[in-house]
Ligand binder design. Structure first.
Ligand code: SF4
Length: 304
């Protein structure tokens, strides 16, 4: 495996010499770090099935992140370095262990900073019998080149589309270029993966799920996001699965950035009404009552 000497794996293009052990803005250096690998029951039902069932999404949480969201619910791993150093060979074993444990898919959460390890581990695991769909769970902040590099590896893109305003993305995720970058990446994902394909039991096998988390005080930006998504669907002639989320909880430094409360029913109603108006209804709309910390699993190195 070759590590970059001037890393441009993500849109930050911070240029860290990863091969020489330098650590990038994302917190990643020359080792692979993973915080948890287990069946997860709280993704969209087409990925994780019935929460009471013995199955689930075989979810691998990677350490570090290319975004700096002030409200990140996974902040111990995304921004505080929790995780264990493992090899690409061990990662391939983890994929196979999740398959053996009944996973419906392999769900890679925030993996881009470790792309060279991930593709090597997927190659090894495929050769050893991995047959599950691969889900790439991303904040949406990806380069078109990285999306293309994952063609043939990723079956399902589970991508956020967080913001339409660069002022908002600069304030909340330290990424003023997020709206333009995420739009280009999502366009590529849609063209690469095509329309959603389900198996006989309703599990998604291929396609794109686009998540949007409604934030308190930012309803106008949510409406603009939905309008962008409707336009992208039109331009690419490719349907996707929209997933509107109301679970915002003021984690981490959220309150310092004006996000010190949950969203109101009125705010969420406005967002849902716009989704309905735009026909973005062939997916999921979370109940307002679902704002619970149990969506966040313990990052206790389980399965690593
Ligand atoms: S993946 Fe990390 S090291 Fe590479 S460009 Fe992005 S922030 Fe920098």
């Amino acid at each position: 495996m070759q590590l970059p000497q001037h890393c441009t794996l993500c849109p930050r293009a911070c240029g860290a010499n990863r091969a020489a052990g330098a650590v990038g803005v994302c917190g990643a250096g020359d080792t692979l770090r993973v915080a948890r690998a287990a069946l997860h029951h709280w993704e969209e039902p087409c990925l994780s099935g019935d929460p009471e069932a013995a199955t689930g999404s075989g979810t691998v949480f990677f350490s570090g992140c290319t975004l700096r969201c002030c409200y990140c619910q996974n902040f111990p791993i995304s921004q505080q370095g929790v995780g264990k150093e493992i090899s690409a060979a061990r990662l391939s074993e983890i994929f196979l262990e999740l398959q053996q444990g009944g996973a419906k898919n392999i769900n890679l959460v925030t993996a881009t900073q470790f792309l060279p390890w991930v593709t090597e581990a997927l190659d090894t695991a495929r050769a050893r019998g991995l047959r599950l769909p691969i889900v790439y769970n991303t904040g949406g902040y990806e380069t078109v080149e990285t999306v293309q590099a994952l063609s043939g590896y990723v079956d399902i893109w589970l991508a956020d589309f967080k913001y339409a305003s660069s002022a908002v993305s600069a304030e909340l995720s330290a990424a003023a270029d997020y709206p333009a970058v995420a739009e280009a990446a999502l366009r590529r994902m849609l063209l690469q993966t095509g329309a959603p394909v389900y198996d006989a039991d309703g599990y998604l096998q291929r396609g794109v799920i686009v998540r949007h988390l409604a934030l308190p005080g930012h309803t106008q930006d949510s409406l603009a996001v939905l309008q962008t998504l409707a336009r992208l669907r039109e331009e690419t002639a490719t349907p996707f699965v929209p997933s509107l989320m109301s679970q915002f909880t003021p984690f981490y430094h959220a309150a310092d950035h004006g996000l010190g409360r949950r969203i109101t029913s009125y705010e969420y109603r406005k967002v849902i009404d716009e989704a309905v108006r735009l026909g973005l209804t062939d997916g999921y709309m979370q109940q307002k009552s679902s704002a619970r910390e149990e969506y966040t699993p313990p990052f206790d190195l389980q399965g690593v």
